[in-house]
Design a protein around this ligand. Structure first.
Ligand SMILES: Cc1cc2nc3c(=O)[nH]c(=O)nc-3n(C[C@H](O)[C@H](O)[C@H](O)COP(=O)(O)OP(=O)(O)OC[C@H]3O[C@@H](n4cnc5c(N)ncnc54)[C@H](O)[C@@H]3O)c2cc1C
Length: 421
C-alpha cells in the first residue's frame, strides 16, 4: 500500500525558490527530489522583475540567456510624490554589476523557463505530489506524500475532485522548504512567522494599451500609500494601486492556477471604470487606452519574517520565510538566492556535522540580511531634502525598492541615503 523512498535532499515547492534550489542541486550532482502539490507552474505574472544580482545567480546556474530573451530590460526606476513630481531616481546602468538593469519577466514565464532548463539537466518537478506529516528525528526526516489525481464525481451534477491515488513514505536527510507563505514545513519545524508590520491592500490591473509605454518602473508615494507602475513589454503594463485597509481579503494572497479569475470580472473596484478613475487620480501622466484588461486582482500583501530560517533538518527559503510589500519584488528575488545558498551549503561537504554547522551559519547570515533589507535597526540615514523626504516615507520605501545584495548600497547612494556603520 505504501511506497517507501529514501533521498538525500527533498525540495518542497516548485515555485521560483524551489526551482532555483533544484537547479543548484542538479549542477552539484546531489541526490534530490522536487515535489509540488499543483499540476503545473502558476499562470500569472505575480512577482515580475529580477534584480541584477538575481540575473548573476541565474548566470551561475547557466540559465540566464533564455530568461533575458523573454525579459524586458529596465535601466530606470523613479519615485514620484502626490503632486506628480519626481523626487528620486535609480539609474541601474550606473551600478557596478554584470547585468546593470532590472529584467521584467512575468513569474509564470520565469517558472516555465526554470522547469524547461531543469529538464535539460535531467530533472523534473514531481507535480501532483502533496507533502503532509513531516517528522524530524535525530537521524533523518520522515514525511508522507500524497500523489493526487483528478477524478470525476457526483451523480446529479458531475464535477472534478482531487483524489489521492497513491501514498509514499519518504526518508530524507534534509529538506529545502520553499513551500510558500503557508509553509507546512515551517509549521512542522515549530518556527514562528510573526507579522512585522501591517499588511497592504492592492487593486492590481494588467492591460494592453495603444500608447507608447514609459520604459521605467515608477513608485508613486502618496502619504502612507505606494502605487506602482511596471511596463511589461508588448504594449502591456501593470498598475498596482494601494487601497484602504480591508479592501482585499486576507486569503487573497493565494496563487490561482486558473487563467481567468471569473470572480474578479464583476467586482466594482476592479471594473474598467474604476481603473480609469484610479489612473486619472494617481497617474495622470499615463496617456493611453486602458480597456483591454488582461488580469485584475485584489491582493492583501502581508509582511512577515520568520524568527529563524530553519531547525535541524528543515530549512526555509522564499515566501516560506518572509513576505514583503510588492514594489521591490524582494521575497522572490531573495528567496531564489536563499534556495541556491542552501543547495550550496548542503552539497559542499555531505557529513552531517559539517552540514549542521553550515546551516546554522545560514540562519545567522539570512537573518542579518533581512534586518538590513528591512532596515530593522534604523541604520539608513540621509540629510539633504531628497533623503529627508524619503526617510519621512520610510515605510513606503524601505523593503520596497527593487534592489538587493551588493548593489543595494549603490542604489541607496543614488537616493542620497547611506547605511550607518
Ligand atoms: C496574487 C499575487 C500577486 C503577487 N504580486 C506580487 C508582486 O507584485 N510583487 C512581489 O514581489 N510578489 C508578488 N507576489 C508574490 C510572489 O508570487 C511570491 O513572492 C513568489 O511566488 C515566492 O516564490 P516561492 O518560490 O518562495 O513560493 P511560491 O511561488 O509560493 O511556491 C511555493 C510552491 O510550494 C507548493 N506547495 C505548498 N505547499 C505544498 C505541499 N504541502 N506539498 C507540495 N507542494 C506544496 C505550492 O504549490 C507552490 O508551487 C504575488 C503573489 C500573489 C499570489
Amino acid at each position: 500500500m505504501f511506497n517507501k523512498k529514501t533521498i538525500d535532499i527533498a525540495v518542497l515547492g516548485a515555485g521560483p525558490a524551489g526551482l532555483t534550489a533544484a537547479h543548484a542541486l542538479a549542477d552539484k550532482g546531489v541526490d534530490f527530489v522536487l515535489l509540488d502539490r499543483e499540476q503545473h507552474t502558476n499562470t500569472h505574472s505575480y512577482a515580475l522583475a529580477l534584480h541584477p544580482e538575481t540575473l548573476e545567480l541565474l548566470d551561475s546556474l547557466h540559465i540566464v540567456e533564455p530568461v533575458l530573451k523573454k525579459a524586458q530590460r529596465l535601466s530606470r526606476a523613479t519615485i514620484f510624490d502626490d503632486n506628480h513630481r519626481q523626487r528620486a531616481e535609480i539609474n541601474y546602468s550606473e551600478l557596478p554589476v554584470k547585468y546593470p538593469f532590472l529584467a521584467v519577466i512575468a513569474q509564470d514565464k520565469l517558472e516555465a523557463i526554470l522547469v524547461k532548463t531543469l529538464a535539460d539537466k535531467g530533472h523534473r518537478p514531481m507535480w501532483n505530489h502533496r507533502v503532509r506529516c513531516i517528522e524530524q528525528s535525530a537521524a533523518h526526516l520522515a514525511f508522507t506524500v500524497d500523489r493526487l489525481t483528478e477524478g470525476m464525481t457526483g451523480y446529479a451534477v458531475a464535477h472534478m475532485e482531487t483524489e489521492i491515488d497513491k501514498v509514499f513514505e519518504y526518508k530524507a536527510n534534509y529538506m529545502i522548504a520553499a513551500d510558500g507563505h503557508e509553509s507546512i514545513a515551517r509549521t512542522s519545524a515549530g518556527i514562528t512567522f510573526p507579522e512585522i508590520n501591517q499588511g497592504l491592500d492592492y487593486a492590481v490591473f494588467e492591460f494592453e494599451t495603444n500608447s507608447r509605454l514609459l520604459t521605467e518602473m515608477r513608485m508613486i508615494i502618496e502619504g502612507s500609500r505606494t502605487h506602482i507602475y511596471w511596463p511589461m513589454g508588448s504594449q502591456r503594463c501593470r498598475f498596482s494601486f494601494q487601497m484602504p485597509p480591508g479592501f482585499a481579503q486576507r486569503h487573497s494572497f493565494n496563487k490561482d492556477h486558473q487563467w481567468v479569475d471569473s470572480d474578479a470580472q464583476h467586482v466594482p473596484e476592479l471594473s474598467n471604470r474604476h481603473l480609469n478613475l484610479l489612473l486619472k487620480r494617481h497617474a495622470p501622466w499615463f496617456i493611453g487606452s486602458a480597456d483591454d484588461v488582461k488580469w485584475r486582482a485584489m491582493v492583501h500583501f502581508e509582511k512577515h519574517l520568520v524568527d529563524q530560517f530553519g531547525k535541524k533538518r528543515i530549512w526555509l527559503a522564499g515566501d516560506a520565510a518572509h513576505m514583503t510589500p510588492p514594489a521591490g519584488m524582494l521575497s522572490m528575488n531573495i528567496g531564489m538566492h536563499e534556495a541556491a545558498d542552501l543547495a550550496e551549503r548542503l552539497s559542499m561537504d555531505r557529513s552531517d556535522e559539517v552540514r549542521q554547522f553550515r546551516l546554522n551559519a545560514y540562519n545567522t547570515d539570512r537573518s542579518g540580511e533581512w534586518r538590513r533589507l528591512l532596515d530593522m535597526d534604523h541604520r539608513i540615514v540621509g540629510h539633504d531634502a531628497t533623503a529627508r523626504w524619503l526617510l519621512d516615507h520610510h515605510e513606503n520605501v524601505v523593503g520596497n525598492l527593487p534592489a538587493s545584495g551588493e548593489s543595494l548600497e549603490a542604489v541607496l547612494k543614488q537616493l542620497h541615503l547611506t547605511e550607518a556603520a
